[in-house]
Design a protein around this ligand. Sequence first.
Ligand SMILES: Nc1ncnc2c1ncn2[C@@H]1O[C@H](COP(=O)(O)OP(=O)(O)OP(=O)(O)O)[C@@H](O)[C@H]1O
Ligand SMILES: [Mg+2]
Length: 364
Amino acid sequence: MSLKLVNISKIFKDPDHANKEVVAVEDVNLEINEGEMVSFLGPSGCGKTTTLRIVSGFENPTTGEVWLGDKMINDLPPNKRDTAMVFQSYAIFPHLSVGQNIAFGLELKGVKADIVKKEVEAIMATMNLTELYNRSPDQLSGGQQQRVALARSIINKPSVLLFDEPLSNLDAKLRDLMRFEIRRIQQSFGITSIYVTHDQAEAMTVSDRIVVMNEGHIMQVGTPFEIYSHPANKFVADFIGRVNFLDSIVEEKNKDGKYLVHIGKNVKLINSSTGNFTKGDKVLTVIRPESLTVSIGEKDSGSVYNGVVEKAVYLGATVEYDIMVDGREIISAVTHNPVIEGVFKSGDRVNIDFDPAAAHLLGE
Ligand SMILES: Nc1ncnc2c1ncn2[C@@H]1O[C@H](COP(=O)(O)OP(=O)(O)OP(=O)(O)O)[C@@H](O)[C@H]1O
Ligand SMILES: [Mg+2]
């Protein structure tokens, strides 16, 4: 089912100062489509868990409405909401076998034994758990426990699945595997889902769309590609991956809505993602390190900058550079074909350039 948050805010009393308030979430508006998986991404304390708890009903919003399909569910208690939470501590019952754990929810509802058995077997097959039917939880790996917890939530066929950093207890390798597993299972059941994380790679792997949050506000909502390639503001650009902000000055706007801007020693025609600029405006050209080209030799005229390599880190497949421009500004660049393009070393004078299609403008 689709899910909609309308003007959601949550203000807590500060537990240490009676007359102070903590604004955890402010004026959040969001629509999540049926079957879509959306992640909440943002730094610690930005309001991800609070928003999730408001959806699940464990927290009441100070203002605003939560809609599930065409029903406003503000007044429904958590157990009547048809949502299921998957936490980082998986909370499976230690005294029950894997099969019994997964069957628990249906038995609680009074579903007939033969139907429970069928449903449990089906879900265990989908989730590659079949051979673990009789194991007890303490005989499972972390990833297997996580899958059992997920199976236990999914078997009740909730309309919405809510994940709060479900993988943070697992080691890096297992986390990578489980991301794909969670995504595969979510897609195969088509369950509308919210996935809370502060790991950008995780958000990019599991999401149809990412909601970037900061200090209780939504900064941007978009597909992983949109968020990375066209961040709506400095916070998003900075939070996701590495980025260069190049001081630039607008010369003119052409009839296609592109801007001619001065950057370094050159002029480029660049798209804006935000704002409406006029001649003389100071703007930032936003470009990722991997979109820059680095070359050596007498190409001074065409390039945007000339600089001196401060630091070069050779990683085999890529080389990461910090390049000092005008003796003050450091620009990050990553090159991808060291065998062909060469590896420059600290102290080399280099030219930096880029294709304008890979850049965009932000207001300062
Ligand atoms: N019960 C509460 N009483 C007072 N303040 C609270 C309460 N719960 C959360 N907060 C505050 O609300 C803000 C948002 O908290 P929230 O748990 O939603 O953050 P988060 O984005 O999930 O962070 P993390 O990544 O660390 O889990 C924080 O400043 C937090 O201290
Ligand atoms: Mg949290």
